[in-house]
Write a protein that binds this ligand. Structure first.
Ligand code: XMP
Ligand code: MG
Length: 183
């Protein structure tokens, strides 16, 4: 067995490339419909959302602009605290803009809740959220998410932008990892 072969680290494929493609197209069609005639700014949250933004933006048919933010959530270990630091801010003035935050995954929801409030405070006309994945059993806040690809069980997943120790982002599917990866 080749230790460098990513396939050996996969326990279970949750969503295949084909399933993701179909889901992204579905979300894009809904977004195009809901925002018809509006000038929407897509805000991708680095780094996890890169694949979602890349594919979603290309599936959208109307005009959209894109910008990026990087945030880091203070917390103990892997748990999010809701106290957020901006590592890379937007270049775009949000005054009067309709903003759609694009995320890979919502776990506790604390980061997104903070981010949504932060963007609203900059004078945006609206700030909605689109996430490919959400873990409803982990969500700890009443954050209002307009678009959700799939609700999943609270297990750790990687691929399609999501990482473990910065690896697996380049997988074209979403998977759980074999126990040997963590040991
Ligand atoms: P919140 O604030 O919603 O944080 O708790 C969401 C962020 O936590 C990370 N996260 C994951 N990353 N696989 C990952 O690769 C997962 O299963 C997972 N669950 C949460 C991720 O950075 C997300 O933006
Ligand atoms: Mg993220």
């Amino acid at each position: 067995m080749d230790a460098n072969d990513v396939q050996n680290d996969i326990k279970h494929v949750l969503f295949s490339k084909e399933e993701i493609d179909a889901k992204i197209k579905e979300l894009a069609a809904q977004i195009d419909k809901d925002y018809k005639g509006k000038d929407v700014l897509l805000v991708g949250v680095l780094k996890g959302a890169i694949m979602v933004v890349a594919d979603l933006s290309r599936a959208l048919k109307a005009h959209y602009t894109m910008d990026w933010m990087a945030v880091s959530s203070y917390g103990s270990g892997t748990k999010s605290s809701g106290v957020v630091r901006i590592l890379k801010d937007l270049d775009t003035d949000l005054t009067g803009r309709d903003v759609l935050i694009v995320e890979d995954i919502i776990d506790s929801g604390l980061t997104l809740k903070w981010l949504q409030q932060n963007l609203v405070s900059r004078g945006a006309a609206s700030v909605e959220i689109c996430t490919l994945l959400r873990k409803p059993k982990s969500v700890k806040t009443d954050v209002d998410v307009k678009y959700v690809g799939w609700d999943i069980e609270p297990e750790f997943v990687v691929g399609y932008g999501l990482d473990f120790a910065e690896r697996y982002r380049n997988l074209d599917c979403i998977v759980t990892l074999a126990p040997h990866v963590y040991s």
